[in-house]
Design a binder for this molecule. Structure first.
Ligand code: FAD
Length: 475
């Protein structure tokens, strides 16, 4: 270890309680490191060490200690909470420090309708606690997913979003540690510019330590089904989704997302994920979901508790995972063209070990969009419904990385070009599902980007988060 890193580790070790820094020579390093990331693309970037703060004060100590090394010695660090953002290098780093927030735990009921959740928690534990008091909040569909800030302060989608809105609308305030080490409690009432800037910004402005989320009474059981059917059925299902999205009341609070899967081991098939959060004990599906259960399908699960629906943790060490996406208006032609191109191009990649390539359709109904564009359509989402086409790509070997990512980037560009020609393209990009070559921040309105830049220059005049925290989406 050279003098600089000796000095950095000595400074952190003496400022933080013992055991907070975990180094590669320690036997538990691999357990900590590999458990942090959903994708091996991130896990194989090897940092100098992880720092695992357990309290907000310890995050403050970290920032105050490290900021001079960032300014004077070009030391770099990554910030990670849930580790689910698969764009490589956003929350991982080679030969820098990982500020790993997974131990920053705590779930506190603050009032009848607000719960405070620290960013190291997992959604499964939040749901379990809220269920015990007959409450619920909007969160990820995957119990193993962390609270983080990727989804929470972005336009994260939950199966109850059709009724309750996207994630960032449900976060009422949060605590953030700024580059100076100052802790600010920010909301639409206190420091509204900072609160707005934090939404959809990733790691550009500060380190979020906890979020306060709206909760509501929820004693009902939840209807959930995973419906698997043969691959020809997928194209037949698309018009049903399109017409449901075009009707003014959508699916009446139910949620449908669809996937077309090409798997090396299981072949080609379609899956519909059907969810409805106001279900009685009846075994039959709500009428509005019936068209999404093809006759020759295999179904799993009828009316169920949330804990049956949310299985997590969805992590396989060593698995390479990537997402990329684009958004289009509900339009049969573009969605069918998309899946056709996707299938044809996967033929060229059929030899890739362990591949599971999915073409996913995530709808944004008008009810999702209510209130989100608080001012001047900040996220360029508009108020018209649209569908996010997400490619979820899993495979095993590093040697296949370039071929797979380049091939699907090309498919995505083809779909975007075609969507532009048909005038059904939507500018919006969701950071949560972006690949390294996409730029969600560029998709925001100029007003939103100016607000974010202003907050950064005001709150972080030394550009600690710009230069000290590398990644693809810097302001
Ligand atoms: C298995 C799986 C299931 C998913 N399920 C859903 C779902 O149901 N709904 C949905 O909308 N999306 C879902 N996603 C997508 C997910 O929302 C995004 O990947 C999201 O960015 C993950 O947030 P995270 O905090 O876990 O990510 P991380 O990788 O920890 O961080 C994401 C970005 O935010 C920064 N960051 C992290 N924590 C902080 C912090 N505390 N303060 C400041 N910056 C921070 C990081 O540096 C990074 O740039 C899923 C993804 C996976 C892999």
């Amino acid at each position: 270890m050279n003098c600089l890193w000796h000095s950095v580790t000595t400074a952190l070790e003496s400022a933080l309680p013992s055991g907070r820094c975990v180094y590669p020579f320690q036997p538990n390093f691999d357990d900590v490191h590999l458990a942090t990331y959903a994708s091996a693309l991130d896990a194989e970037l090897r940092p100098k060490f992880h720092v695992l703060p357990q309290t907000r004060d310890e995050v403050t100590i970290f920032i105050k200690t490290i900021r001079n090394y960032v300014i004077k010695n070009n030391v770099k660090f990554a910030v990670v909470s849930g580790g689910c953002l698969t764009a490589r290098g956003c929350s991982s780093i080679e030969q820098g420090i990982v500020l790993n927030l997974s131990q920053l735990k705590g779930i506190r009921i603050l009032s009848e309708d607000i719960v405070e959740i620290f960013v190291g928690e997992k959604w499964g534990d939040v749901y379990a606690l809220l269920k015990s008091i007959g409450k619920m909040c909007v969160g990820a569909d995957d119990a193993g997913m962390g609270i983080g800030n990727g989804m929470s302060l972005d336009r994260g989608l939950s199966f109850i979003s059709p009724g309750e809105g996207v994630m960032c609308n449900n976060v009422k305030s949060c605590d953030v540690v700024l580059a100076s080490g100052e802790v600010i409690h920010t909301s639409d009432n206190a420091t509204p510019a900072l609160f707005q800037a934090l939404r959809g910004t990733g790691n550009n402005v500060g380190i979020v330590t906890s979020i306060r989320v709206r909760m509501f009474d929820h004693s009902q059981r939840i209807y959930g089904r995973t419906v698997k059917y043969d691959y020809l059925g997928f194209v037949a299902q698309i018009p049903m989704l399109v017409s449901a999205m075009q009707s003014p009341d959508g699916l009446k609070g139910a949620d449908v997302s669809m996937r077309f899967v090409v798997s090396r081991t299981s072949g080609l098939f379609g899956i519909n994920y059907l969810k409805y959060d106001r279900q009685t004990e009846e075994k039959t599906p709500p009428q509005v979901l019936e068209p999404f259960i093809p006759i020759s399908s295999e179904c799993k699960l009828g009316p169920a508790d949330l804990s049956d629906l949310i299985k997590g943790p969805n992590r396989t060490p060593g698995k390479r995972l990537a997402h990329m996406h684009t958004c289009v208006r509900p339009d049969n032609t573009i969605l069918v063209e998309g899946v056709d191109t996707f299938i044809i191009r996967t033929m060229d990649l059929a030899w890739c070990e362990g591949h599971i390539f999915s073409y996913c359709l995530y709808p944004y109904y008008p009810s999702h969009l209510r209130n989100i564009n608080t001012r001047r359509d900040q996220f360029s989402m508009g108020t018209e419904p649209f569908i996010m086409i997400v490619f979820r790509l899993e495979w095993e070997n590093r040697d296949d990385d370039n071929n797979i990512l380049a091939e699907f980037q090309d498919v995505l560009e083809h779909i975007e070009h075609y969507a532009n020609c048909r005038d059904v393209a939507v500018r919006f990009k969701n950071m949560s599902y972006s690949a390294h070559f996409q730029n969600p921040i560029a998709s925001y309105s100029k007003y939103k980007r100016d607000c974010m830049k202003w907050s950064c220059s005001f709150r972080d005049p030394d550009d600690i988060f710009h230069w000290g925290v590398p990644g693809p989406w810097k302001l």
